[in-house]
Design a protein. Sequence first.
Length: 94
Amino acid sequence: MTDPSTIDAVEFYWRPGCPFCSMLERSLNRAGLPLRKHNIWDDPADAAFVRSVAGGNETVPTVRIGPESMVNPAPAEVVEALRRNAPHLLPNAG
């Protein structure tokens, strides 16, 4: 199991020209969430990870928070995953 204290950002998998990626990134940035961006067109390992959680497809945005991965999630789903896996990353965590 992943130690929540070792999670320091939302792992955000994207590709250039993806409007869904842009919309989700803007929403997460507005919410003050730390993102670590992975361009799946620049790194074959990142593309392979996305395929492993997206049924063999390179569907983005894909988000990983600790042990939990989500394909094309809503911003609220990302926040809920943070509450479960890394609540210290939420802006109002005290």
